[in-house]
Design a protein around this ligand. Structure first.
Ligand code: NAI
Ligand code: MG
Length: 496
């Protein structure tokens, strides 16, 4: 074990309370549990096939900038092949299969995913930069749980809608982001398949590898060819998928900007649409809260996963009487977070997913400081290669500040204060988003009142970032519409 670190000068010039922090010996997860291919093809009609264009793009490990492999770039013709395969599978097999039979496949997929969990977790961390602790304990188990949960619904759909008969929509185009690559694929694919739809999935350009491994799982589960097709590429590929005339539904998770473009593109067509977009969640701490637990909740809500979470508690609203205490405790806690190798089991904060995302975080924090916020970053050594950003607190922020309004999508917390419960609600609702919120108080009535008045799809009370496949998730306002998860998640994939 290394020697404890002594106090050093922090970035903000303060002396850091690093004394007494004993470094753990490195505990890296083995890379050997997963075989990364030098090249990934498209997954169409049950087989891995080269793109018509012959084009491939590099895939990078954001923690080291090393090239992991190259990935097929799908063009319009490839998308058309994928949509046709999905249509054929819908009309000849999947759309006519009984719920009981569909359930068997979904259970099989869930079990194989579970068996190969370690492989998926390591691949996810290599490709996305997120700590193995998150991919191993959150992303992969939740993805498995979603397949199990929707497998359970497949043969009970007749009971789900009170006497109304649900029918599948047909073929769904699904576009997902890079922050939860496997989990978002599971959120989208599992309910679609349970309801009898077929799918063309477009993973994000920086994180396609676990989706491709999922393709292998579908082969292993002997899912009929064409039921799920996976086309890789960038935003242009996504836009071509959205525009394909032979789709019945588009499901998108990503930026509000692209969500709006998609909404325009499908307007006036028969395509159904669900959008899960950005957020600027308020995490509210009342003076009567259990402060130490709340600190852990705040840290979990924004710093783990590098703040790459649409429901991240990125605005901390703290009651004035305890504001100094909370910020001091948070600073102490931040000095103890470990930033580094995503494959190390001790790592709290991994790499930023891509260089453009890192630049966006840097730009917004600079704007925050320019507009008068106070910057705090603990003294932590960042690796010399790869994309990294230290955990950051911005204090003295008001609602007018850019950092209180714009989604930063990084390990950056903006701290605002309030005096009364009314003011807390007012500040919490002062945003164009409405995805999630958190509240910490010892009074049940206070948290219930807050939950009722805040405009957010999810409100966590005395906890944060808790997910369960049985519980619906989705937003208001510019955070999108439609729900994923739970019974509500079925409604997005059926016609009644
Ligand atoms: P993005 O919205 O551009 O990308 C998400 C997915 O959409 C990717 O698969 C991408 O290839 C695809 N896409 C891009 N343009 C498209 C188009 N015109 N039509 C169809 N599909 C398209 O997000 P990006 O640029 O990676 O991140 C930018 C910001 O968006 C982040 O800084 C963050 O603030 C926010 N974001 C929010 C997410 C969420 O879960 N709500 C997830 C990812 C990003
Ligand atoms: Mg990558």
């Amino acid at each position: 074990m290394a020697m404890p670190r002594t106090g050093k000068q922090g970035r903000n010039g303060q002396s850091m309370a690093r004394e007494g922090v004993w470094e753990y010996a490195p505990a890296p997860e083995s890379r050997d549990v997963v075989r990364i291919q030098s090249r990934y093809e498209l997954f169409i009609d049950g087989a891995f096939t080269p793109p018509r264009s012959g084009r491939y793009f590099p895939n990078v490990n954001p923690a080291t900038e090393e090239t992991l492999s190259e990935v097929a770039y799908a063009d319009a013709e490839d998308i058309d092949r994928a949509v046709q395969a999905a249509r054929r599978a819908y009309e000849t097999v999947w759309g006519n299969l009984s719920g009981k039979e569909r359930a068997k496949y979904l259970f099989r997929i869930a079990r194989i995913l579970q068996e190969r969990a370690r492989e998926f977790a390591v691949l996810e961390s290599l490709d996305s930069g997120k700590p193995i602790r998150e991919s191993r304990d959150v992303d992969v188990p939740l993805a498995v749980a979603h397949f199990f949960y929707y497998a359970g619904w497949a043969d009970k759909l007749g009971y789900a809608f009170h006497g109304r008969i649900p029918r599948p929509l047909g073929v769904a185009g699904q576009i997902i982001p890079w922050n939860f690559p496997l989990l978002m694929a599971a959120w989208k694919i599992a309910p679609a398949l349970a309801c009898g739809n077929t799918v063309v999935l477009k993973p994000a350009e920086t994180t396609p590898l676990t989706a491709m491994l999922l393709g292998e799982v579908f082969q292993q589960a002997e899912l009929p060819p064409g039921v799920v097709n996976i086309v890789t590429g960038d935003g242009h590929t996504g836009a071509m998928l959205v525009q394909h005339p032979n789709l019945d539904k588009i499901a998108f998770t990503g930026s509000t900007e692209v969500g709006k473009q998609i909404q325009k593109a499908v307007a006036g067509t028969r395509k159904r649409l669900t959008l899960e977009l950005g957020g600027k969640a308020a995490h509210v701490i009342f003076e009567d809260a259990a402060i130490d637990q709340a600190i852990e909740g705040i840290v979990n809500g924004i710093y783990f996963n590098q703040g790459h979470v649409c429901c991240a508690g990125s605005r901390l609203l703290v009651q004035e009487s305890v504001a100094d205490l909370v910020v001091r405790k948070l600073q102490r806690r931040l000095a103890r977070l470990r930033v580094g190798d995503p494959l190390d089991k001790n790592t709290d904060i991994g790499a930023i997913n891509s260089l453009p995302q890192l630049r966006k975080i840097e730009r917004l924090v600079a704007i925050g400081v320019q507009e008068g916020a106070m910057l705090y970053q603990p003294d932590c050594a960042l690796p010399s290669r790869g994309y990294w950003y230290p955990p950051t607190i911005l204090t003295q922020v008001s609602t007018a500040h850019t950092v209180a309004q714009e989604e930063i999508f990084g390990p950056v917390l903006s701290v605002l204060t309030f005096r009364t419960p009314d003011e807390a609600v007012q500040i919490a609702n002062n945003t164009r988003y409405g995805l999630s919120a958190g509240v910490w108080t010892n009074k049940g009535s206070r948290s219930l009142e807050f939950a009722a008045r805040v405009r957010a799809g999810v409100v966590w009370c005395n906890t944060y970032n808790k997910f369960d496949p049985a519980s619906p998730f989705g937003g208001y306002l510019e955070s999108g519409f439609g729900r994923e998860g739970g019974w509500h998640g079925l409604a997005a994939y059926v016609e009644l």
